[in-house]
Unconditional design. Structure first.
Length: 281
């Protein structure tokens, strides 16, 4: 069951996503992946949760994810957004085709994370671990023409999360419940994720759910960005399918889509992602 889950727990989508699952990699075992995530939107959820029209924004992230077992109950993992490209399309007057606002683009690295997990319950059908994730503000806070196009939020996150999983036969389920302490006047948040999956031959099919709920305890004057990227008081509920395929015993590909059921201060559009992984068994 643990090997089945390795390809699933490694797939992280976007800058605000987070991984769950209670299984810990054994000593000398690991999982490594290069992925591409993208979304394009001309709408966002405002602070009241209502959809507003906006200039078309594109967010494209090329990332590396890796996890490595350090011992019987310890695991370290990292997510590194190697290249983030944010685009803001130009605005053109419909009748005259005159350019009202020039397009913009930012190319930079994103905010990397480092996670350490300790297995509380392992080697049983139900597993549990406790994880601490540190998110480092290395992305740019580009602010051109008062339309911020950041590749990071400029603040230091610490996320404490309890992760669990249960497997029986080719079926599995996972969950994660965490608290995110945000600095720099940003509101803290409570986050939850869950996943149900099934393995059939060389395929793993799953459905993912992610939820972030801002506590609205930050500075009132800190609005973050106006573009729906790395804003303050972020809340959302997203879900979607994922499929992974083992081309060999250790190498495979995967893809997923996440769509939203609502949110605050985030873009209103589905995200798509693909990845190539290596399973160090």
């Amino acid at each position: 069951m643990k090997k089945l889950f390795i390809a699933i727990c490694g797939f992280i989508i976007g800058a605000n996503a987070f991984a769950g699952g209670g299984w810990i990699q054994g000593k000398g075992k690991g999982y490594f992946q290069v992925g591409e995530q993208f979304l394009v939107s001309n709408q966002l959820f405002n602070d009241d949760g209502e959809i507003e029209e906006f200039r078309t924004i594109g967010n494209y992230t090329t990332s590396f994810y890796g996890e490595l077992g350090l011992g019987k109950n310890w695991e370290v993992s990292t997510y590194i957004p190697l290249f983030v490209r944010n685009t803001l399309n130009e605005q053109v007057e419909v009748t005259t085709r005159e350019v009202i606002n020039e397009g913009q683009a930012v190319n930079y690295i994103g905010d990397p994370t480092l996670t350490i997990k300790y297995g509380l319950i392992q080697n049983k059908p139900f597993v549990l671990n406790l994880g601490l994730t540190l998110d480092f503000p290395l992305g740019t806070l580009d602010d051109e023409n008062n339309l911020p196009m950041p590749t990071g939020d400029g603040e230091f996150n610490q996320i404490l999360q309890l992760n669990g999983g249960y497997g029986r036969g080719n079926f599995y389920g996972t969950f994660g419940l965490g608290f995110n302490n945000r600095t720099g006047g940003f509101s803290d948040d409570i986050r939850f994720n869950a996943e149900l999956g099934y393995r059939w031959k060389k395929f793993i099919f799953s459905v993912k759910l992610f939820s972030v709920n801002a506590l609205d305890n930050g500075d009132e004057d800190n609005l973050g960005t106006a573009s729906g990227l790395f804003s303050n008081n972020i809340s959302y509920l997203s879900f979607g399918p994922q499929v992974a395929f083992y081309a060999t015993e250790k190498v495979g590909i995967l893809a997923n889509m996440l769509t939203g059921a609502g949110g605050r201060n985030v873009l209103a559009a589905p995200s798509f992602a693909v990845g190539i992984f290596y399973d160090l068994k």
